[in-house]
Design a protein around this ligand. Structure first.
Ligand SMILES: CC(C)(COP(=O)(O)OP(=O)(O)OC[C@H]1O[C@@H](n2cnc3c(N)ncnc32)[C@H](O)[C@@H]1OP(=O)(O)O)[C@@H](O)C(=O)NCCC(=O)NCCS
Length: 155
């Protein structure tokens, strides 16, 4: 599968937010309650937040035949803050591809460790990519608690 990876632009926001919402609703919904899914996916509507992320983080998108099928972003040079793959393009290697580029960026920034907060859904994927669980934690999104895991990997 021929995947191109490039930096995100502000014009990508409608595609990025659609993937964010649909992936949470269709993929993460197996591990979180309906109410949690509603609150979490509503983050797709915070357009200013997405603009700020694209402008101020290392934000990349994966394209298949010029359609965005996944995205990832890195903050502070070492914190892997988001990784989402289109619900219809799961298990095709796109997540691994995005992760490799993010990890290369961390190395090029001079860091030797990458950290992330990962969902219950994504934990097996991160563990298979040699990330270690530092702790199980509760993250608050818009006043609602979400169980997730702080993970890290030495690069
Ligand atoms: C976690 C996530 C990003 C992984 O993305 P993905 O593109 O499906 O990841 P990959 O395809 O690279 O790898 C997934 C699995 O598919 C397998 N795979 C990869 N290419 C494959 C192929 N061509 N055929 C069959 N299986 C394949 C991988 O071996 C991997 O197996 P593993 O999870 O047991 O290690 C994706 O499932 C997702 O968007 N999850 C919901 C959002 C989320 O929770 N994000 C985490 C941050 S909160």
């Amino acid at each position: 599968m021929e995947i191109d990876i490039r930096p995100a632009t502000l014009e990508d926001i409608p595609y990025i937010t659609t993937i964010f919402r649909d992936t949470i609703v269709h993929v993460n919904s197996k591990d979180y309650s309906d109410k949690q899914i509603r609150v979490w996916s509503s983050g797709a509507n915070d357009i200013e937040n997405w603009e700020e992320r694209i402008k101020n983080t290392y934000f990349i998108v994966a394209e298949y035949r010029e359609t965005i099928v996944g995205f990832a972003y890195l903050t502070k040079g070492y914190y892997f803050d988001g990784l989402f793959v289109h619900k219809d393009f799961q298990h095709k290697g796109i997540g691994t591809n995005l992760m490799r580029i993010i990890e290369s960026k961390v190395i090029s920034e001079g860091f030797e460790i990458i950290k992330s907060d990962v969902s219950i859904t994504a934990l097996p994927f991160f563990e298979n990519q040699y990330y270690d669980v530092e702790k199980k934690q509760v993250k608050n999104i818009k006043g609602m608690n979400f169980e997730n895991y702080l993970v890290s990997k030495e690069l």
